[in-house]
Design a protein around this ligand. Structure first.
Ligand SMILES: Cc1cc2nc3c(=O)[nH]c(=O)nc-3n(C[C@H](O)[C@H](O)[C@H](O)COP(=O)(O)OP(=O)(O)OC[C@H]3O[C@@H](n4cnc5c(N)ncnc54)[C@H](O)[C@@H]3O)c2cc1C
Length: 242
């Protein structure tokens, strides 16, 4: 059983109107792999306890642990993490957790990442990990957001995608068509997936993360393209998102 520990909040970064990154110093952090998550535990004054999982956004190489949380206004935990938590506060967490949805930069196969909304978080840990590696497997990220303002890590993704090191970042927006936008403006579909994903013969490692319905739609499209189901790793954040 992984024990609970405390992380001190050392920086808060507002990524979008509803999403913030929390940077934590965790004294006895054992290290993690890109794609793993932590459990966060909040205890109210009356002793009521709420526990939720949050993906690790930082690369294994980073000194500080980063979590990126979307605020759900009717949620129990996320409105505290995005809105009330302050620099200097301490947060109870345990981890790293998960050995399946993980990627190591020394893997040679092409890397296909498909993220919906805050589902981009563990995929960002993989891209940050890849950015620090000397050997870089070809990678593609297909990232679905509602509007341009909802795109998490937008500037950093622009930088990573234009570094000329065989990473392509492709966006789709499901609820907005901004003037001058040259990404997609619809939900994932067959023609989009065929344009973005490698042919199955190249046998990419696939990681899909987001709301349950998004993950299922993306995996179904790839299986229809002939991808072996066992090559597709998925992480469901729950609920419908939309
Ligand atoms: C392995 C794992 C990793 C995760 N990583 C992240 C992460 O990196 N960042 C992040 O923001 N969240 C992440 N989540 C989701 C997170 O654990 C919580 O479910 C989320 O923050 C909502 O918690 P809450 O207490 O605020 O809302 P709750 O009180 O649990 O729910 C409030 C309302 O929101 C709905 N709801 C619950 N979860 C979601 C959701 N994910 N999307 C849309 N509606 C929802 C519920 O049906 C309910 O109506 C992850 C989940 C898992 C399982």
């Amino acid at each position: 059983m992984i024990k609970w520990t405390l992380g001190e909040v050392v920086e808060l970064v507002q990524e979008t109107p509803r999403v913030a990154s929390l940077y934590l110093n965790v004294a006895d952090w054992p290290g993690h792999l890109a794609g793993q998550h932590v459990d966060v535990r909040l205890t109210a004054e009356d002793g009521y306890v709420a526990e939720r999982s949050y993906s690790i956004a930082s690369a294994p190489e980073d000194r500080r642990l980063a979590l990126t949380v979307e605020r759900l206004d009717d949620g129990e935990v996320s409105p505290y993490l995005v809105g009330e938590l302050k620099v200097g506060d301490r947060l109870e967490l345990r981890g790293p957790i998960g050995g399946y949805f993980v990627w190591r930069a020394d893997e040679d196969t092409p890397l296909l990442l498909v993220g919906g909304g805050s589902g981009v978080v563990p995929l960002m840990a993989m891209l940050r990990h890849r950015a620090k590696a000397t050997h870089k497997a070809p990678a593609r990220l297909l990232y679905s957001s509602r509007t341009l303002a909802d795109v998490i890590y937008r500037d950093e993704l622009d930088r990573l995608g234009s570094a000329g090191d065989s990473l392509a970042v492709v966006h789709t927006l499901t609820r907005e068509k901004p003037v001058g936008w040259n990404g997609y403006t619809r939900r994932l579909d067959e023609s989009m997936m065929k344009e973005v994903a490698w042919p199955k013969e190249q046998m990419p490692a696939v990681f899909i993360c987001g709301p349950t319905s998004f993950v299922e739609a993306a995996a179904t499209l790839l299986v229809a393209m002939g991808y072996a189901p066992q090559s597709i790793k998925t992480e469901r954040f729950g609920a419908t998102g939309g």
